[in-house]
Design a protein around this ligand. Structure first.
Ligand code: HEC
Ligand code: HEC
Length: 201
């Protein structure tokens, strides 16, 4: 018995090693937990950047003090300005014209679009997207001093769920929605965060 037992253990060890090797061969494809590389993270952020710098988003994410309009980002008409809290000048708040939903399609193009809390970021944290390189917008986005104290999880939820963000996919008559599907933005954000939220140089 003393001679057969080690042999049996040996056989068991070989066969479980073979099973483990077979499993290991399957793992890279089967495991969703495998973290994407830094390069994959930077590539995923490129889709996020393209969304942030689409006119539907960047028209409010501006270095200046007046929102922009239309696909060519011309200055907002009627002397509209950011104001001390992003909600417009005291005499002409955004809410004078912008409601919580888009007006009915039957009103035609060039009516003020609407979404809950339609306003600009405040002057002390302008949350600029426009005119920045991929690396710059990535680092700016992650800087909690500039983004209103949002960690990566909060940034993710903002872009996945915020009503002002979702408006970019149903912007009302006469305005092109963001062309990257919202699901794809969410998937690329997850990938970027899983890779450690890397930024291009
Ligand atoms: C006096 C009315 C009025 C006020 C006040 C006003 N807007 Fe507008 N806004 C409009 C109209 C009308 C349009 C649509 C222009 C068009 O599509 O030709 C518009 C369009 C916009 C757009 C363009 C959307 C796009 O992607 O094309 C943004 C951004 C915007 N407004 C932001 C603001 C913000 C922020 C405020 C407050 C600081 C504000 N507006 C105040 C009337 C107003
Ligand atoms: C009407 C103006 C407006 C539009 C349009 C808009 N945003 Fe914003 N965005 C804001 C405001 C205001 C805040 C600040 C909100 C807060 O602090 O709660 C903000 C904050 C953000 C933030 C978080 C903070 C940061 O540092 O940037 C992200 C990300 C963001 N927006 C993405 C988008 C995306 C993506 C779109 C287009 C699909 C978009 N926004 C369209 C007004 C706008």
């Amino acid at each position: 018995m003393k001679t057969t037992r080690p042999t049996m253990y040996g056989r068991a060890a070989i066969s479980s090693a073979a099973v483990l090797a077979a499993l290991a061969a399957l793992l890279p494809a089967a495991s969703p937990a495998a973290a994407p590389s830094k390069e994959e993270g930077v590539a995923a952020f490129e889709t996020v950047r393209a969304v942030l710098q689409h006119p539907r988003c960047q028209n409010c994410h501006i270095p200046g003090d007046a929102p922009l309009q239309l696909d060519d980002g011309r200055p907002h008409t009627m002397g509209v300005v950011r104001g001390s809290d992003g909600k417009g000048a005291p005499g002409l708040p955004c809410a004078t014209c912008h409601g919580v939903t888009n007006p009915p399609t039957s009103y035609g193009p060039h009516v003020p679009p609407g979404a809950p809390t339609w306003h600009l970021p405040p002057p002390e944290r302008k949350m600029v997207f426009i005119g920045l390189s991929s690396g710059e917008v990535c680092r700016r986005l992650k800087d909690e001093k500039q983004n209103g104290g949002k960690n990566l999880d909060a940034l993710f939820h903002h872009m996945a769920e915020d009503k002002l963000v979702l408006w970019g996919w149903s912007p009302g008559a006469g305005r092109a929605p963001v062309p990257v599907p919202h699901d794809e933005l969410v998937a690329k954000l997850k990938q970027w965060i899983a890779a450690g939220a890397p930024c291009a140089p």
